[in-house]
Design a protein around this ligand. Structure first.
Ligand SMILES: Nc1ncnc2c1ncn2[C@@H]1O[C@H](COP(=O)(O)OP(=O)(O)OP(=O)(O)O)[C@@H](O)[C@H]1O
Ligand SMILES: Nc1nc2c(c(=O)[nH]1)N=C(CO)CN2
Length: 172
């Protein structure tokens, strides 16, 4: 299955947290990171009195179910020191499951597609980097939505990233 994961960090070495989370996911047996967006620096949304974020989106291939993938993501967040204090508050790394095989879920543990992704430019702008060439039927709506995410105020390209999936390393 193909899934898309949104990542955000606004504490400490933000780039290192994002990259560590991605490499940790790639090292799992049942998961391969296949695409990485560029890294964007974004103004905080929701709880605004906090440092700016780095955000990116990755595409993965996985044999895990959606709920298994979500639990793995929560585990990686915990490993990287995430604590939950303020809703929408500062975090070392936040992982959101945006799309899983274009499926839907309204479970209390897992809502798919991610319920707030459509209104978040910090998700849609990096999503466009990685979703454009995916030909899975049914993704057209979200592809269109991402391509129309023109409100780039508060969102800046921070670094282009090159992910080499065969070696599981970033090249830059
Ligand atoms: N698609 C999803 N991706 C990630 N978490 C989800 C999803 N759907 C439901 N959840 C639930 O939401 C909880 C995550 O909440 P979290 O504290 O990360 O929210 P947040 O990042 O502060 O806010 P937001 O959900 O608006 O990004 C998880 O425990 C998980 O069970
Ligand atoms: N710019 C930006 N703002 C946020 C972010 C985020 O990743 N980027 N995550 C939040 C909680 O999920 C709340 N606000």
């Amino acid at each position: 299955m193909t899934a898309y994961i949104g990542l955000g960090s606004n504490i400490g070495d933000r780039e290192a947290y994002l990259k560590q989370a991605i490499v940790t996911l790639h090292l799992q047996e049942n998961l391969e990171v296949i695409r990485c967006s560029s890294i964007y620096e974004t103004d905080p949304v929701g709880f605004v009195d906090q440092a700016s974020f780095l955000n990116m989106v990755i595409g993965v291939n996985t044999s895990l179910s959606a709920v298994e993938l979500l639990r793995l993501m929560l585990h990686v967040e915990q490993q990287l020191g995430r604590t939950r204090d303020v809703r929408w508050g500062p975090r070392t790394v936040d992982l959101d499951l945006l799309i899983y095989d274009n499926g839907t879920s309204e479970d209390s543990e897992l809502t798919l597609p991610h319920p707030r992704m459509h209104e978040r430019q910090f998700v849609l702008v990096p999503l466009l980097d990685v979703i454009q060439e995916d030909t899975t039927p049914g993704l057209e709506t979200v592809q269109l939505m991402a391509s129309e995410a023109t409100g780039r105020e508060g969102i800046q390209l921070w670094k282009r990233t090159y992910w080499h999936s065969e070696s599981g390393h970033f090249v830059n």
